[in-house]
Design a protein around this ligand. Structure first.
Ligand code: XMP
Length: 507
């Protein structure tokens, strides 16, 4: 049976954006890495209404993906190549691809020559978003050129059921971008049947089907993903589901109580396991950020297994979402930027059977499901707290006193930003205990204390972020409170780095 549309990922961030847009247009989409085996890609493509070859950072000259493209074209289902995918199709179908005489980056004018097929309904001229050095200079034999631009003599083409487009219709800066994607989806015949809000009953049935009459624990954190996963499992299993909240001793001030209280209010009263001494013990002497994550993941797994044995559960319900699955797994070509604790940091085999009801969903879709299930807004809109908590906000070794310093500084940052009413516009705001010391003067004497870093960023999806332009008086109040209320701190600095090149967290 066919199901939705397949997006082949050639690297970069494009594939997820395309897959999300397709879902916004009501069709299911899934991603497969271009580095997967040809037979896997072909079998996924066979069960899809159409295949998108995404953009990517590489150059088609290497020939690395010719075989993938040929295998997909041979299936004779609708294919759409975007940017790198467009050039790849142009190349394997016999067109000429080379360096463009006018590489195009950013807003670009495209002339539509034939407003048909994927360009149906477009005006003669559109302003779109491009990002390319190479271009299809000659169309493949027999192909129709549908659009041109200054740097792309073949900005869009059609050959039978294969379309290529040099610009990025998935990017919001491209005029008529959604129209281009909708036109193509109509050509594929993929049914418009994707509505995450409608899936709730299916998900409950799915969990019931997996767990049968067994018992499960749900690892909850107070974030929207784990809450929704646990709530679905609760509805499926009733008392056979035990929500477990592990206190690793690295949570921000008040977090453990808040999570416990808020989850209890929606029928998910968690068993709170105080395992802080296990974590601190295991973290002793560990300074490498990735090693810290691995240690925390390992202990987290051990504590979970202990709890599962205690309640006689053989299943573990987790709030893994689609980008987690794709990012921590299959991308052979991509570097692991950070091991994300909710997946990457957990040991592979805990001996528990995993139940991941949200593993096909994007964050905004999880929020839709959350609303449907009556999850409180305070959870749906909660600022993200990284799984390893303050451990990634303490440079170097994590010790009890450092956690206390970081927690107190963090509380001050939060109080001041929230009382100034600035929290709504920010993605995250927190304090970091740096590994540096600096000279200060307190009273009449010289002091040599720790440096606290304040970080506050604006972001849409955490892929990129800008430092917030906090009002000076708020920053001054933060600095003055931290240095006076925490005697071991002599200096407060504000982090003004964007992401990229920096990440949001310090480790
Ligand atoms: P970075 O620091 O990579 O963070 O710019 C992007 C977003 O992810 C959160 N983050 C984490 N979340 N485990 C998590 O569950 C982690 O190890 C982790 N590291 C970063 C971070 O807070 C930000 O929202």
């Amino acid at each position: 049976m066919k199901d939705g549309v397949l997006v082949i990922d050639f690297g970069g961030q494009y594939a997820h954006l395309i897959a999300r847009r397709i879902r916004e247009l009501g069709r299911f989409s899934r991603i497969v890495s271009a580095e997967a085996s040809i037979s896997d890609i072909v079998s996924e493509a066979r069960s899809s209404y159409g295949v998108v070859l995404s953009g990517g950072p590489g150059s088609v000259w290497s020939g690395a993906h010719d075989e993938v493209a040929r295998a997909v074209i041979k299936l004779e289902i609708p294919v759409l190549g975007i940017c790198y995918g467009h050039q790849l199709l142009g190349r394997v179908l016999g067109g000429s691809v080379s360096r463009s005489p006018n590489p195009e980056f950013g807003p670009t004018i495209v002339d539509v020559i034939k407003s048909e097929g994927i360009l149906q309904g477009l005006p003669d001229r559109v302003r779109v978003w491009m990002s390319h050095n190479d271009a299809v200079l000659e169309p493949p034999p027999g192909a129709e050129v549908l659009a041109v631009s200054r740097g792309s003599p073949v900005a869009a083409f059609r050959l039978g059921s294969v379309y290529g487009v040099q610009w990025h219709p998935e990017v919001s800066h491209s005029e008529y971008g959604l129209k281009v994607l909708e036109n193509w989806l109509r050509i594929t015949g993929a049914p418009r049947n994707w509505d995450p809000g409608d899936m709730v009953n299916n998900l409950i049935d799915m969990v019931r089907g997996m767990v049968g009459g067994g018992r499960a624990i749900a690892a909850v954190s107070g974030g929207v993903d784990s809450t929704v996963a646990a709530l679905i499992a609760k509805k499926a299993l009733g008392d056979r589901l035990v929500p477990v909240f592990i206190d690793h001793g690295l949570h921000p001030a008040g977090e453990v109580e808040w999570v416990s209280r808020t989850l209890s209010s929606i029928g998910l009263k968690p068993v709170v396991v105080d395992a802080s001494s296990d974590f601190l013990e295991a973290l002793r002497g560990v300074t490498d950020p990735e090693e810290k994550r691995r240690v925390i993941g390992r202990i987290y797994g051990e504590v979970l297994v202990r709890e599962a044995v205690d309640v006689g559960a053989e299943y573990l319900v987790q709030g893994t979402i689609y980008p987690d699955v794709i990012e921590s797994g299959a991308r052979a070509g991509a570097d692991v930027i950070k091991t994300h604790h909710n997946v990457g940091g957990l040991p592979e085999n805990l001996g528990l059977k995993l139940v991941e009801p949200l593993k096909w969903f994007y964050k905004d879709e999880v929020r839709i499901i959350a609303k449907k299930l009556g999850v409180p807004v305070s959870i749906i809109e909660k600022k993200p707290v990284p799984g390893p908590g303050l451990a990634v906000r303490i440079e170097g070794e994590v010790t009890e006193w450092k956690v206390e310093v970081a927690r107190r500084a963090d509380r001050i940052v939060r109080e001041e930003i929230e009382s100034a009413g600035l929290d709504k516009g920010l993605w995250q705001y927190f304090a970091v205990l740096s590994g540096s010391k600096a000279t200060g003067v307190k009273g009449d004497s010289r002091s040599y204390g720790w440096v606290i870093v304040v970080r506050a960023v604006e972001s849409v999806d955490a892929m990129t972020a800008n430092p917030a332009r906090l009002p000076w008086d708020v920053l001054e109040r933060i600095a003055s409170r931290i240095t006076s209320e925490i005697p071991v701190v002599s200096r407060v600095v504000y982090d003004i780095t964007s992401k990229p090149p920096a990440t949001i967290e310090w480790e």
